[in-house]
Design a protein around this ligand. Structure first.
Ligand SMILES: O=C(O)c1cc(=O)[nH]c(=O)n1[C@@H]1O[C@H](COP(=O)(O)O)[C@@H](O)[C@H]1O
Length: 233
């Protein structure tokens, strides 16, 4: 099932059973799902088959970062599993991203291919520690432009950077933004956060929401509350 909802719910669970228990409370007409490193490492492709079977479009968030040939192969494998979206780290560089793009095009695979810019958990001090002497916003702009020039369909970034990226990269370039905290949720370990309505107004095209929905007593009610915040914006 295809949906026009901007919401992507992050299924950050340690087991297939726990992930499916949550997925069974959600509606594929009202959100997409994201499968990340922990769940995929434990369950393998079974989780994708189970979610596709329930009608969900899936973002496989494994943030590939390796030499070009290895990443191209990994991206092809992900696309052949039928996922809607897959990502790589923009820090892997132009040749890595171009190799991934070329591989999908060559095999006529239409999976959305996006690049992570600067993780939303990182602040200026964290970048400085890894030898990046510019602000997160500057580094995001730099990597987003490199990602676009390398054929990516969009980027993962903080919604706080989405407005600038809309100016630099245009509306059609996807801006997938985690670090979303509805008015009812706690910030936790995220640093660069916005509410769902703020994030859409800033130019996000998709919102990644994890714990505010997955840890809620009633996940579908939490999703509905986010939809209401968006509708009221
Ligand atoms: O690629 C991602 O999805 C991602 C990139 C990033 O910069 N920050 C980030 O939080 N994420 C993911 O987005 C989700 C956020 O979850 P919550 O903080 O629980 O809403 C997690 O699955 C993270 O792995």
């Amino acid at each position: 099932m295809s949906t026009d909802s901007p919401l992507i719910i992050a299924l950050d669970f340690p087991s297939l059973d726990a992930a499916l228990c949550l997925a069974d409370q959600l509606d594929p007409a009202r959100c997409r799902l994201k499968v990340g490193k922990e769940l995929f490492t434990r369950s393998g492709p079974d989780v994708l088959e189970a979610l596709h079977g329930r009608g969900f479009e899936v973002f496989l968030d494994l943030k590939f970062h390796d030499i070009p040939n290895t990443v191209a192969g990994a991206v092809q494998a992900a696309a052949e599993l039928g996922v809607w979206m897959v990502n790589v780290h923009a820090g892997g560089g132009r040749r890595m991203m171009e190799a991934a793009r070329e591989r999908l095009d060559r095999h006529r695979l239409s999976t959305q291919l996006i690049a992570v810019t600067v993780l939303t958990s990182m602040e200026a001090e964290d970048l400085a520690e890894v030898g990046v002497a510019v602000s997160p916003a500057q580094q995001v702009e730099h990597l987003a432009q490199l990602a676009q020039a390398s054929g990516m369909d969009g980027v993962v970034c903080s919604a706080q950077e989405a407005t600038r990226l809309r100016e630099l990269c245009g509306d059609a370039f996807l801006k997938v933004t985690p670090g979303i905290r509805p008015s009812f949720a706690e910030t936790g370990d995220q640093r660069r956060v916005l509410t769902p309505a703020q994030a859409m107004a800033a130019g996000s095209t998709h919102l990644v929401v994890g714990r505010p929905v997955t840890q809620a007593d009633e996940p579908m009610a939490a999703l509905a509350a986010i939809e209401a915040e968006l509708a009221g914006a």
